[in-house]
Design a protein around this ligand. Structure first.
Ligand code: ARG
Length: 444
């Protein structure tokens, strides 16, 4: 029973929030005349001492005391005597843990936020160096149309921006205090829930005591935002892994963020990127774990809910590492722009530009232009040349409306420069977006 019941091995991570919650609670109890000023002072002093002890030596893991709340309360009793027993007036561990955990998740978001901003700065910084670096853009991992590396990196800036807004939404939604909901029904003591909410920097108290102690939406909101963010990191990691492979050769990862092989001396393995990709699965697993814990629980508190913390802690640790690793990889990678350009030029990636030209200059319907261009690509393939290396006579044999004007468009730079629609890959467009991004994330 002791082993299955105890949560102290993991919920000791809540100790700071637990002490902050208790201090806010006891200050309010004194304010309301529910405990004497002298007892409140003794309790607050004792809690400060305990915080110092935890800081210096860690939280003692006494399984018999079950959880962080009981471990701290029992230490308080040892330090100040019977007055310690007054701290838990008008409170239950149910509203206590709900408060502590909200505070913890709120702090977690406040740590993720600047880390994601740093990743965005890394992406925008590298994008700015590569607004004109042409690379193949892919669909189905097949060379599709040329894009720029700057444009590609800025795609991840947008994703991380949405992640930040999801975390910010979650923070706003969770920022209400459950403290004072007591076990489930509220309390007959004349407490001031607005005061404790304000003391803990919540926007106000929650409005239904049953909901307050049974709600773990805030933890799930965090895990869902973390999962979405991890999926983005995983896609970027996957691209780095593919790009770093020899057949691609688009990037070489720094020594710092790769490892050698113990047997093959030529290897530089993208371990960090692979672990970011791997961790995303575990983070999604944490989100599913808590979803399954909560599904079907009747109101209000059930001990199942003690299992809410390990998945959140695990996801938070993995996400923090993943963001830091991706930031380091983005900052330190060497992009092989010559190789990117060579592949962009070799994959007939400007075929769409020829089809578009036939529509614009020769007035063909797009479907017919598409068909003709297919024949041109086939010819280039047979001859083993690039599109802009085909002889004009051969092109005109396919369709006499083709003139040598089209050749200027068949180069990758012209192709990229022409895509000036809002959000397009043209360097002019990408530079515009980078300028907006720099202003938005304080890069001056
Ligand atoms: N350790 C418990 C948890 O994390 C604290 C709440 C216990 N409440 C109770 N009524 N047993 O959920």
């Amino acid at each position: 029973m002791r082993e299955i019941n105890a949560s102290i091995p993991f919920d000791k991570r809540l100790w700071k929030q637990d002490i902050a919650g208790s201090k806010a609670h006891v200050a309010m109890l004194a304010q309301q005349g529910i405990v004497s000023a002298a007892d409140a002072a003794a309790i607050t002093g004792g809690l400060n001492t305990i915080a110092g002890e935890y800081e210096a030596h860690g939280v003692p893991e006494d399984l018999a005391l079950e959880d962080i709340h009981m471990v701290t309360e029992s230490r308080l009793a040892a330090l100040i005597g019977p007055a310690a027993g007054r701290l838990h007036t008008a409170r239950s561990r149910n509203d206590q843990v709900a408060t502590d955990f909200r505070l913890w998740v709120r702090d977690a978001i406040d740590q993720v936020e600047p880390a994601l901003a740093a990743l965005q700065r890394a992406l925008v910084g590298r994008a700015g160096d590569h607004t004109d670096s042409v690379m193949p853009g892919f669909t189905h991992l097949q060379s599709a149309q040329p894009v720029t590396l700057g444009h590609h990196l800025m795609a991840y800036y947008e994703m991380i921006g949405r992640d930040r807004s999801r975390f910010a939404d979650a923070r706003t939604r969770m920022n209400r205090s459950p403290l004072g909901a007591a076990a489930l029904a509220g309390t007959g003591f004349n407490i001031d829930r607005h005061a404790t909410a304000a003391a803990l920097d919540f926007a106000g108290p929650t409005d239904n005591s049953l909901d307050s102690v049974s709600d773990r939406d805030f933890a799930l909101d965090y895990l869902m935002a973390a999962t979405q963010c991890a999926l983005h990191l995983s896609r970027l990691a996957e691209e780095f892994i593919i790009w770093a492979s020899q057949p691609f050769g688009f990037v070489s990862l720094s020594d710092q963020w790769s490892t050698g092989s113990s047997i093959m001396p030529q290897k530089r393995n993208p371990d960090a990127a692979e672990l970011v990709r791997g961790h995303s699965g575990r983070i999604a697993g944490c989100m599913v774990a808590l979803s399954m814990t909560m599904k079907g629980l009747p109101l209000a508190y059930s001990k199942d809910m003690q299992d809410d913390k390990p998945p959140v802690f695990e996801a938070h640790d993995l996400l923090g590492l993943s963001i830091a690793a991706m930031t380091g990889m983005v900052e330190s990678a060497t992009f092989r722009t010559d190789r990117m350009r060579a592949l962009a030029e070799s994959g007939f990636a400007t075929a769409t530009d020829l089809a578009d030209w036939l529509v614009r200059e020769a007035g063909l319907p797009f479907r017919e232009a598409h068909h003709l261009t297919g024949r041109v690509v086939k010819l280039a393939e047979d001859e083993g040349v690039k599109l802009n290396e085909l002889a004009l006579e051969k092109l005109q044999a396919i369709d006499p409306r083709i003139t040598d004007d089209c050749f200027t468009l068949l180069g990758v730079d012209a192709s990229v420069a022409s895509r000036t629609s809002h959000g397009g890959t043209a360097p002019s467009e990408v530079r515009k977006r980078i300028a907006e991004a720099r202003a938005a994330i304080g890069m001056g």
